[in-house]
Ligand binder design. Structure first.
Ligand code: IPE
Ligand code: IPE
Ligand code: MG
Length: 232
């Protein structure tokens, strides 16, 4: 479907609540993550259908390494499974998969799966899916500062544009709408710089219960917002 004037071009989602969804059903937390991954597959299709151009999803934060080692390794295996098994299903839809986050803490096989998926979809011109894995907004700024300092730019030449183009995916526009599921009212280190003027939408729905209608509801709420961006 074509994008209309009120469709957000870039939607970011903090996919939260997998653990509570599983615990509420007396299942291991990983069962919630598996269900969450299935839900994401459907949401990617629906976002594309309604004209979203960029969908960024927060899948693992720089702080999530603190969790129990079996949960962390289960999540890493789940990422790798999807990246290795879903390329064939994803490719015909002409979407492009990209990653935002650190890349130095993954296993060699996960990193290879990430790089392979990126390479295989690099020239696609459809919806861009940005998987934020080992992503932290503060870490992104740390990495940007390192890039800026090593480029030798003079302090007097540093402005917002210099910082913007030193961040992870400089060509990806700022999110218009950021959705957080599960009732938590915080950003948890997501898109620290790019979210300056994003519209925020919070829902109590746990991520594994999120569906097309829930996305439509968030987009409808966005359509009513007055984005003044400091103007009147
Ligand atoms: C979000 O669900 C997924 C990740 C952070 C990896 P959680 O695992 O945080 O679920 P809750 O918040 O504990 O319910
Ligand atoms: C934010 O969720 C990160 C992801 C959804 C990947 P968390 O569950 O880690 O956030 P906090 O701990 O509730 O702030
Ligand atoms: Mg959580």
């Amino acid at each position: 479907m074509a994008q209309n004037a009120n469709t957000p071009s870039h939607v970011g989602i903090i996919m939260d609540g997998n653990g509570r969804w599983a615990t509420g059903r007396s299942l291991p937390r990983l069962a919630g993550h598996k269900k969450g991954a299935e839900v994401l597959e459907g949401i990617i299709e629906h976002a594309d259908d309604i004209g979203v151009k960029y969908l960024s999803v927060y899948a693992f934060s720089t702080e999530n390494w603190k969790r129990a080692s079996d949960e962390v390794s289960g999540l890493m295996s789940l990422f790798e499974y999807y990246l290795k098994n879903k390329l064939e299903k994803f490719k015909p839809k002409h979407g492009r998969l990209r990653f935002a986050g650190r890349r130095d803490r993954f296993s060699a096989s996960l990193l290879e799966a990430i790089e392979n998926f990126e390479r295989e979809t690099r020239d696609e011109t459809g919806i861009q899916i940005i998987l934020c894995v080992d992503y932290g907004g503060r870490q992104e700024l740390v990495d940007a500062v390192k890039n800026i300092v090593s480029s030798g730019v003079a302090p007097s030449d540093i402005d917002e544009a210099v910082i913007s183009r030193s961040l992870y995916l400089p060509d990806v526009p700022d999110p218009d709408l950021i959705i957080r599921t599960s009732g938590e009212l915080r950003m948890s280190n997501f898109w620290l710089w790019k979210s300056a003027y994003s519209e925020l939408y919070f829902t109590d729905t746990l991520w594994p219960d999120f569906d097309n209608a829930a996305l439509d509801e968030a987009v409808a709420a966005y359509a009513t917002r007055d984005r003044r961006k400091g103007g009147v």
